[in-house]
Design a protein around this ligand. Structure first.
Ligand code: 5GP
Length: 184
């Protein structure tokens, strides 16, 4: 799997440091509150696990599966909720945990949905932010690091469902896309 990586953009150590910084910041910002931390599956898994280790206040966790249709107009209809939350967000302070913000469509739509459902506050924590990909105005509050407009994999991010288990963020060799499969 590692042979398929052209370059490492964010190392394992850098990811750990980012999660620590963001976890500490969230703990300070939500002191005295019990936020509902909502992970967007599947990409959120490694980030959510690492980030929440550094959150020192009480939290609840829940998960959603949403699929977005890229390149279409931003309406709630563009994002399909494939697995909804188990908990109610009404009156809750919600922190959405995402792997990467690109166009901003998925998160702005989910934020809108949770607002309609009565969330008291909604913020977003994302490991990566690709601001050059934005098609709408959307600014996540907690950002691990910015990345260039390149397709990245690792630490939750996939290509054809592979590479989510890489401990770092990297860019794939061009031949991987041409071949359409991966080395074992
Ligand atoms: P947005 O609605 O912000 O365009 O989409 C966010 C979603 O698109 C992410 O959760 C992720 O699934 C996917 N995505 C955007 N950029 C990348 C990327 O560089 N690599 C991978 N693997 N997925 C990406």
């Amino acid at each position: 799997m590692k042979n398929d990586i052209l370059k490492v953009l964010v190392s394992e150590e850098e990811i750990k440091a980012m999660c620590k910084r963001l976890g500490e910041e969230i703990s300070r910002d939500y002191e005295g509150k019990t936020p509902l931390v909502v992970g967007l599956l599947k990409g959120c898994v490694p980030f959510m696990a690492e980030l929440t280790k550094y959150i020192t206040i009480k939290i609840e966790m829940d998960f959603m599966v949403a699929s977005s249709y890229h390149g279409t107009i931003n309406t709630i209809g563009d994002v399909k909720i494939k697995k909804d939350l188990d908990s109610s967000v009404s009156g809750r302070d919600v922190i959405i945990v995402e792997d990467i913000v690109d166009t901003g469509n998925t998160l702005s739509t989910i934020c809108e949905l949770l607002k309609i459902r009565g969330a008291k506050s909604i913020e977003v924590a994302t490991l990566l932010d690709k601001p050059e990909g934005r098609v709408i105005d959307f600014n996540p509050k907690y950002v691990g690091t910015l990345v260039p407009k390149e397709f990245v994999v690792g630490f939750g991010l996939d290509y054809n469902e592979y590479y989510r288990n890489l401990p770092y963020i990297g860019v794939l060799k061009p031949e991987i896309y041409e071949r359409g499969d991966v080395d074992e």
